[in-house]
Design a protein around this ligand. Sequence first.
Ligand code: ZN
Length: 331
Amino acid sequence: MAITMKATLYPWLQETWQRTQKDKDRMPHALLLSGAYGLGKYRFASLLAQSILCNETDQYGFACGRCKNCQLFAAQSHPDFQLISPEEKGKAIIVDQIRAWINTVTLRPHIAAMKATVIHPADAMNHNAANCLLKMLEEPPLGNVLILVGHQPERLPTTVRSRCRWIKLPIPNRQMALEWLQKTLPSGQAEILLQQAHGAPLYAQQLHEDEFMQHRDLLLGDLEDIARQQKSPVVCADHWQKIGALRSIRWFQGLLADMVKFTTTGDSAWLVNPDMATRLHALSKGLHLKELFQLSEKIAETGKLLNTPLDERLLLEDSLICWLRLYRNQR
Ligand SMILES: [Zn+2]
């Protein structure tokens, strides 16, 4: 059954959209939209917010794009819509922002039937902000829908999470994601980048735009040089930070997963970096599985710490020093 949806919703989100629309008459006052980085959560939240404000939604629940509500929304000046984001990229959402919002949210809507608010990313709320929001969630004012968007919802207090209806956006099936990516990416690259992006198409596309294929080669070169003790982890950390700390660490996670696979099964099927198999095989030789696992867990933890106030430079250095130790221990 092919349903013609508006082009603005990514194909892998259509099923979730339909499910959301089924309950539209009983729309909860708070939704928590979660899912991996690069799935289009924010786009989904915007479309949902617009559809809540629109007077003339179509049969699939999409906003009409023509009415006064839609026009104001598109111009980012709808008086009944609010977006709460960190005031500076990478910073926290603070309690003053939530307080200011609460002061307006209890007032009646100006022109739409309901008010809509998106908090993005919701996991950027600091402790005080989340607590302040909680009070509102305990006694929600009528005529408001709040949409929390985040790819690390576990960072939110349980008390906040439990008061929201949780919508988890799925990783699309590989075929669907590749078909979508191949419209803009060369086919060989689409597959590798999708692997790097853990199946998230928008993340894969972003990696392509940022020339990550070339960067990945440099990152692996650094790891090889550190393993041979020809380059210092501190120098390489500088390099990794320039490429992007989070991106580099995410890639490192995938690389370690590949090395664990090599060490346990000797198998090169379904690698995250299939085109690097020979180099990875060489790096895996003689390593202890237990130490590889420990490093893999540590890097996964580091990935979670990268969006916190901890110094990313130090986290990178520490990660690469652990990598060096893996090879020093071999001797
Ligand atoms: Zn409309």
